[in-house]
Design a protein around this ligand. Structure first.
Ligand code: G4F
Length: 322
């Protein structure tokens, strides 16, 4: 039986990945941070019935706490490590830049050192982000593995440090480390302070007469939105490949926040223009304006294909919220 360790198991991606790996016959270990409301940490896993699954083990630890990682690596001796733990909110990274850097950059250094010391043959997946590109883009409007990276947020800077460090450990120590460069990915399990589920939750509340307006930030930014379930499958595929490489995972189409509002509200027979307002507090000091990814390498090399369309994802999110 293969053993995998997932950091960030309490998040959207962690829950989908745990489900996928247990379905494939893995013993899954998940790292949980101490939280004053412990139920908040496990609510996603509980909602999908995984908490009582005998193949899921949860242990307290933190990627900013190297001794905790050394202990856990020694206890679990994983063959695969998926690092999904992060302060993942771009806007909040401007409010908490040091915390973000500690978790998203130094935390990755800790993981690499813990694996190198205890179980150097373990394969590592590092959750990189399209936010690392910043506003750099190829002439055809896409971002791909070869596109230069110039982040525009503390979050993007921390993720880029981690991405580069993983490449250095890969070439210096011969470790198997795959960097995923994932574009936005969403689902009914997405946190309510990310724009997709914020719009879905707001529109559903309006449709039920529980709210009368929805305040958002920049409506003109575009994103390349896919489904988290498809994207965690890509993470697993990257670790099954014979060589450790970097892969972009994206749908290859972009939509503006405004279009997303249109799509979600019209699912509920509403016109977003009657309800959506804008509030400066949701704007970022610097914005990544447009995002569209080219995942040809992932599709050709690992034969990854998404099962969800943008519309299918929105429909699922609205139905789940209803
Ligand atoms: O949903 P968002 O907060 O996602 P963002 O910033 O693109 O980051 C997500 O995707 C990255 C991959 O590219 C991940 F690395 C990262 O961890 C995270 O998962 O915002 C999307 C867009 C932005 O342009 C933002 O300015 O929506 C715009 N927006 C407009 N109004 C808003 C709002 N975003 C949020 N969160 N809340 C608003 O009210």
């Amino acid at each position: 039986m293969k053993r995998a360790l997932i950091t960030g198991i309490s998040g959207q991606d962690g829950s989908y990945l745990a489900e996928l790996l247990i379905g494939k016959g893995y013993e899954v270990w998940g790292l949980l941070r101490r939280h004053s409301v412990p139920e908040n940490q496990t609510s996603r896993l509980e909602a999908i019935g995984l908490l009582s699954n005998p193949y899921l083990n949860l242990v307290y630890g933190d990627i900013t706490d190297l001794p905790s990682l050394l202990n856990i690596m020694g206890k679990v001796l994983p063959q695969e490590v998926y690092n999904l733990a992060a302060q993942s909110h771009v806007r909040i990274s401007f409010d908490q830049p040091a915390f973000t850097t500690n978790a998203d950059a130094v935390g990755v250094l800790n993981i690499l050192e813990a694996v190198r010391t205890i179980c150097p043959a373990a394969k590592i997946y590092q959750a990189g982000s399209s936010e690392m590109f910043g506003n750099e883009v190829d002439d055809d409007g896409y971002r791909r593995e070869s596109t230069s990276m110039r982040p525009v947020s503390p979050y993007g800077c921390a993720k880029l440090y981690a991405f580069n460090l993983c490449s250095v450990y890969r070439s210096s120590y011969g470790m198997f480390i795959a960097n995923g460069i994932l574009f936005n990915h969403e689902s009914p399990r997405r946190g309510l302070n990310f724009v997709t589920n914020k719009i879905v939750a707001g529109a559903v509340a309006i449709s039920k007469g529980e709210a009368s307006e929805l305040a958002l930030g920049n409506l003109e930014a575009t994103r390349d939105w896919g489904h988290a379930k498809d994207y965690v499958r890509a993470m697993w595929m990257m670790l099954q490949h014979e060589t450790p490489e970097d892969f972009v995972c994206a749908m290859g189409e972009s939509h503006s926040v405004r279009e997303l509002c249109e799509e979600v509200f019209s699912e509920l027979d509403l016109d977003y223009r009657d309800y959506v307002t804008q509030d400066r507090k949701y704007f970022r000091p610097t914005e990544l304006h447009d995002l569209k990814g080219d995942s040809s390498k992932l599709r050709k090399t690992l034969h990854w294909e998404p099962e969800y369309s943008f519309r299918g994802m929105v429909e699922e999110m609205v139905a789940a919220r209803l």
